[in-house]
Design a protein. Structure first.
Length: 256
């Protein structure tokens, strides 16, 4: 398995859970991870590293690809207008506001490069007959009078899903143990299990208000701030277990 933008290594991370569950089911799972937080040798913004990764995907070196591209520049919290960082993009200006300059422009360009590489990796996995799972925050529609950008708005992603026969799952990470909701979308060619009962793309009314597929649930707000990023970015353990079960079941089904 190849895991791109895997984040900090943790004791109960998705790779750790997958390897452990693989042992318990007689399936040896080898995982290759890439994330800049684990050192410059895993920096996917570098062309030399990226080309090697893409070549391996195209060569069929991996049965499964998991991709969790950086989402900070898409954060809806940037639209709070109560001080702090300002928005960098919107639905109309998906790739970034054209008037942004300097360091913020460089940040947008880097994020865009990594988003594009995440989509290229998924497309290459499809061509290599490998499974993929792409995770990104749910598109919740308008925030006040504004329409924040979301990866789920990209027509290229819809086209990829159609070509791959992928299904889009929607979850609250609260279902798996977080105290806050954290609505999340998963696009995957893995076969969904009962742990992922909600399937569908975001739907909005005429005013851009989110209508589903997730239904409203009450929960405390997710803590925000740079000191909370690593904590809230990590998948809850039960979510890692559910993804592992779905992955292993799909692989076993193919090999029968």
């Amino acid at each position: 398995m190849l895991y791109l933008f895997s984040g900090l290594r943790r004791k109960a991370s998705l790779p750790a859970v997958l390897i452990e569950r693989g042992k318990n089911t007689g399936c040896e799972i080898r995982i290759t991870e890439y994330d800049i937080t684990n050192g410059p040798a895993q920096d996917l913004s570098l062309d030399s590293i990226w080309e090697e990764v893409l070549q391996r995907i195209r060569a069929g070196d991996f049965d499964v690809l998991v991709v969790s591209p950086p989402c900070s520049t898409f954060s809806r919290a940037l639209y709070r207008w109560s001080g702090g960082p300002r928005p960098l993009r919107s639905s109309k200006h998906f790739w970034g506001f054209p008037w942004i300059m300097g360091r913020r422009r460089a940040k947008i360009r880097m994020a865009n490069k990594l988003i594009q590489r995440a989509l290229l990796a998924c497309a290459a996995a499809v061509d290599a007959d490998a499974f993929f799972l792409l995770e990104f925050p749910e598109d919740l529609g308008n925030r006040g009078p504004h329409r924040p950008a979301s990866l789920w708005q990209l027509s290229a992603l819809r086209k990829l899903a159609k070509r791959a026969g992928a299904q889009r799952l929607a979850i609250y990470q609260k279902w798996f143990g977080t105290p806050y909701l954290k609505p999340t979308g998963l696009l995957t060619t893995l076969t969904p299990t009962a742990d992922f009962p909600v399937i569908g793309w975001p739907v909005f009314d005429g005013q851009g208000i989110y209508q589903g597929p997730l239904k409203y649930e009450a929960a405390p707000p997710m803590p925000l701030g740079p000191d909370k990023t690593a904590e809230t970015a990590a998948y809850p353990v039960q979510m890692n277990i559910a993804i592992s079960k779905m992955t292993i079941a799909t692989i076993f089904r193919r090999r029968r």
